[in-house]
Write a protein that binds this ligand. Structure first.
Ligand code: ZN
Length: 242
């Protein structure tokens, strides 16, 4: 049987490097974890949660699945959220999508992919809900960018509507839900500015996020091709709204 010797060696090197920097690191970490953040992201290997935000083990609680979906029947995701909110008492939950997401792209393909289509149906519903808005974008890559963004916003709302988050807010617990999207091509996180801290803010934040999406579209129509990438457009939208 082939052993993964190289990976095990890399593990030894990594542990040694951390030990050199802080001899008590693992000892302290083994006693407890007290992260302030829960990251709900895509399983894609190019979107490593801790590295992207420069966080060490112990600082970020993480749940990842294909295309960062939050559905109310997923016991795995809900259990992570419950533990993070009720036991760890995280203050922030980030739902983090990424541009060029293969899961999001597959959700709107007509060809069947087998079992995973049951999961991707959750994103296809997002597509169907926003079909008219998406159809007004000229290029398929722009439509995919927007669907990746819309998926983050919709999944953030789903998260806010879980009994766990609703209960935490009803109890007066500090808990903020954020919608982010990561760019594979530049390594930067784009804050989609869906930020809800109370149950009352969810609808307002959703409408605000959708208004920004519509503004993005106006700007894309008005600008030339070289200025149509997601980052440039979002920077302009933010300068208008903030
Ligand atoms: Zn993905």
């Amino acid at each position: 049987m082939e052993k993964l010797t190289e990976l095990l060696e890399k593990n030894r090197d990594w542990a040694e490097k951390i030990n050199q920097e802080d001899p008590h690191f693992f000892e302290t970490l083994a006693q407890q974890q007290a992260p302030e953040y829960l990251w709900i992201g895509c399983s894609d290997s190019r979107v490593p949660a801790n590295e992207i935000v420069g966080m060490l083990p112990g600082e970020l609680f993480v749940h990842r699945n294909v295309a960062n979906v939050v559905v109310h029947t997923d016991m795995n995701c809900l259990s992570v959220v419950q533990y993070a909110v009720e036991v760890l008492k995280v203050k922030h939950i980030m739902v983090v999508g990424h541009y060029g997401c293969g899961g999001v792209a597959a959700s709107i393909e007509s060809a069947p992919h087998g079992l995973i289509d049951n999961w991707l149906r959750n994103i296809r519903r997002v597509f169907q809900k926003h079909r008219q808005f998406l159809s007004t974008w000229d290029h398929s890559h722009q439509q995919l960018d927007r669907l990746c963004e819309l998926n983050v916003i919709e999944q953030s709302v789903n998260l806010c509507e879980t009994t766990i988050v609703q209960q935490a807010w009803a109890n007066g617990q500090e808990l903020n839900v954020h919608g982010w999207i990561y760019g594979l091509s530049d390594g930067l996180v784009n804050d989609l500015e869906f930020n809800a801290s109370t149950a009352d803010e969810v609808e307002e934040q959703y409408q605000l996020a959708m208004n920004k999406m519509r503004k993005l579209q106006e700007l894309a129509k008005a600008s030339d091709k070289s200025q149509q990438n997601a980052r440039t457009l979002w920077d302009k939208v933010k300068s208008i709204f903030n």
